[in-house]
Design a protein. Structure first.
Length: 390
């Protein structure tokens, strides 16, 4: 679907709104928190802010007309960056993860100024109408990329126990029941009418499903406590082989960010320990823990296709969390990588597909029914829960 100049100005307005939210979080960081200690699963904010700006500049300002976006810069040179060495410092495909703490990154005031300059140049380009056909796609790509990294900042905030600009609310779930779904087809993937989707959402295709039963809402904290109290972590028969291997590396048999104080379970929400609400969705569990709980109940995790099919039914309740499925992240039939080919291709068949249409910190632009999130099965830092099926 072709975008008008008015549409493009609307996208720039949304980019500005996204940057405002990012800057509100950045304003909470102390000088030392802009880097912080090394962790394999998070990025230092000072690097990640620069990466967001570099990505926008790379795709929206530096692509020469007629250039193949996937070509090597040596074969199809890019326009020069507004800052030196940015391709080496902020391209996530080039710089090793640990080096993001060690390389000479731009200072905080320099990286935020870089962001302002790139955004100003982008607005000038849109106002002048001086762009080629691929540009609107790259503009939406930059927006979605920034929104995803803002959610990654919330995950990092929780991981490091930082003071947030506000505490996102999580609503209580209903009593819960089961939905019986008859056999039939389900459509996975996006239709071609949508203005922007990622390559792994392309394209709509039909999948046949047998009959199944699925929970109306995600598993709650209270229900997961019952699994813990029943010794679920100590019963090897409930765990897959990979789950058992993961379990031996755990000192504590409980979800991430939980601890017991005398007879009361608490959980950490960013920088504060609070009582656990039994009727809220259990979060920060690995896929291995989700599988073991489901096995304990004589059930399993739903496939991604089953989740999508059930989500169309009355009574199906979202839980403000991503949800583990029983499906490995893999390409749809006829998959072709988009220009940003590192978005999906490196993660196929090693990561697990998550559904849920977003969590409590996901931007509505990403919380679309066709969106496919994906993580390694041992990850617990995302705002992820699960429901069971049979």
């Amino acid at each position: 679907m072709a975008l008008t100049q008015q549409d493009l100005h609307g996208l720039v307005t949304r980019l500005d709104a996204a940057r405002t939210r990012l800057d509100e979080m950045a304003a909470m960081l102390t000088d030392t928190e802009w880097m912080g200690p090394y962790f394999p699963i998070v990025n230092p904010p000072r690097w990640e802010y620069g990466h967001i700006v570099w990505f926008e500049e790379h795709w929206c300002l530096r692509q020469k007309p007629g250039r193949n976006p996937g070509a090597s810069p040596l074969l199809g040179p890019l326009e020069a960056s507004l800052r030196l060495w940015t391709d080496w410092l902020y391209d996530s495909s080039r710089i090793p993860h640990k080096a993001r703490w060690e390389a000479p990154m731009l200072a905080v005031d320099e990286v935020t100024a870089y962001g302002v300059e790139v955004r100003d140049r982008l607005k000038q380009k849109v106002d002048a109408g001086s762009f080629d056909a691929p540009f609107p796609y790259f503009l939406e790509l930059a927006l979605n990329h920034e929104l995803m990294h803002t959610e990654a900042w919330w995950m990092m905030w929780q991981w490091r126990g930082l003071v947030p600009p506000y505490v996102p609310s999580i609503r209580s779930l209903s009593q819960g029941a089961s939905l019986s779904i008859p056999p039939g087809p389900v459509v996975l993937g996006s239709t071609r009418e949508r203005a922007f989707v990622f390559d792994n959402e392309k394209w709509a295709h039909e999948v046949a499903l047998g009959a199944f039963d699925i929970d109306t809402r995600p598993v709650t904290c209270g229900e997961f406590m019952e699994f813990m109290m029943a010794g679920g972590y100590e019963q090897p028969s409930l765990w897959s082989e990979a789950g058992r291997q993961w379990l031996v590396t755990r000192r504590n048999h409980n979800p991430l960010y939980w601890r017991r104080e005398e007879e009361q379970w608490k959980r950490r929400r960013f920088n504060k320990w609070i009582d656990i609400a039994r009727d809220e969705p259990v979060l920060h569990v690995s896929r291995f823990e989700a599988e073991a709980y489901a096995m304990w109940r004589g059930r399993r995790l739903p496939s991604a296709a089953e989740w999508v099919r059930a989500a169309c039914e009355p009574g199906f309740e979202l839980g403000q969390c991503w949800e583990w499925t029983g499906t490995w992240f893999a390409p749809y039939p006829g998959f072709v990588a988009d220009s940003y080919d590192d978005y999906s291709v490196p993660w196929f068949d090693t990561h697990v597909e998550l559904r849920g249409a977003g969590c409590m910190v996901t931007d509505p632009a990403i919380a679309r029914p066709t969106y496919r999130n994906f993580f390694m099965p041992d990850r617990r830092d995302p705002f992820v829960g699960f429901r069971t099926a049979k």
